[in-house]
Design a protein around this ligand. Structure first.
Ligand code: NAD
Ligand code: MLT
Length: 309
């Protein structure tokens, strides 16, 4: 019988699907050296963002036929190394779209209404109504960077809440942006005009530190930035400096250059909200991605064709 290693927490529904055709071992949180040792006995791997599938793990995975990423980004898998070895890499491109978009929207509203600090204040037995005067998002301008699946849903909801929409995405047509009620602009204009900026881009050489000191310098002092996409698209040192100097009004981050977040200046400011990569963490999304990816792994183990990431 084929053997599947599940190396990050995955919804039980995915494990049940895989168990129809394989022996499934759930071993989460293993250090890389342990993974290298045990991987030779497995035909497939299923993971989220917690496991880094390095070229060493892939080289040791001599039986591996498929690696399934229960989520969108496959940036924690060395895809070229897997491809060279004939291992298919699959993902779930749509299973967590709504969850990630809703997290970005929740971050935007939390920033505007100081919800994390107000919650803490009441729990500390205070009643500080004057301290937490917020800002409305109605009639404010939202700059969406990356108008793909998640960015589009954020744009749709934001439009219905009365926001004006700007977008920057070099791969999206004007017709698509028009359909979403977004005006496509260049990045400089988006930075200069937006009250809120939300990132929905992959991490690529072009997007690494897209938000750097220079970009932050072009934003309004009242601007707030949200990143529920990928760590490394914002230069975290430059962001902490911009917040410290009042160059922008706030930031909400779900993703970081290093995860878990180590020592970081980002923790020092009330107007920076931090969550531990929770964008996809809804019950619904975890079922969606688990089913999506488990079915693809099952099919490959049965000798059927795969849809690669
Ligand atoms: P998508 O592929 O549908 O959309 C990405 C968009 O970014 C595309 O429209 C693409 O044209 C655009 N893009 C690419 N390079 C760009 C650039 N240089 N400048 C501007 N736009 C650029 O992907 P998606 O499903 O919307 O996911 C977006 C991001 O969110 C991905 O990085 C994904 O990994 C991440 N994500 C994070 C979480 C989380 O838990 N926080 C959950 C799901 C997805
Ligand atoms: C993704 O790319 O899907 C996200 O990072 C979410 C996750 O894997 O938890």
């Amino acid at each position: 019988m084929a053997k599947v290693l599940v190396s990050d927490p995955i919804d039980q529904v995915g494990i049940d699907i895989l168990s129809q055709v394989a022996q499934v071992d759930v071993k989460t949180g293993l250090p890389p050296e342990e993974l290298v040792k045990i991987i030779p006995e497995y035909d497939a791997m299923m993971l989220r963002s917690g496991t880094r599938v390095t070229k060493e793990i892939i080289a040791a995975g001599t039986q591996l036929k498929i690696i399934g990423r229960a989520g969108v980004g496959v940036d924690n898998i060395d895809v070229p190394a897997a491809t060279r070895q004939g291992i298919v890499v699959v993902n779930s491109p749509e299973g967590n779209t709504i969850a990630a978009a809703e997290h970005a929207l929740a971050m935007m509203l939390s920033l505007s209404r100081h919800i994390p600090e107000a919650n803490q204040s009441v729990k500390n037995n205070k009643w500080e109504r004057k301290r937490f005067i917020g800002a409305e998002i109605y009639k404010k301008t939202l700059g969406v960077v990356g108008l793909g699946k998640i960015g589009s849903h954020v744009a749709n909801v934001a439009k219905s809440m009365g926001m004006k929409l700007l977008a920057y995405d070099p791969f999206i047509s004007k017709e698509r942006a028009d359909q979403l009620g977004c005006t496509l602009v260049d990045l400089d204009l988006l930075f200069a005009e937006s009250d809120y900026i939300t990132l929905h881009i992959p991490k690529t050489p072009e997007t690494t530190h897209l938000i750097n000191k220079e970009a932050l310098g072009k934003m309004k002092p009242t601007a707030r930035i949200i990143n529920c996409a990928r760590g490394g698209t914002i230069d975290e040192d430059a962001l902490a400096e911009a917040i410290a100097e009042g160059k922008i009004a706030g930031a909400a981050l779900d993703v970081f250059e290093e995860e878990p977040l180590g020592e970081s200046k980002l923790r020092n400011y009330d107007n920076i909200i931090l969550t531990p990569h929770l964008g996809a963490s809804t019950a619904e999304a975890q079922v969606n991605v688990a089913v999506d990816v488990a079915e693809q792994i099952r099919d490959v183990l049965l000798g059927l064709p795969a849809r690669s990431a």
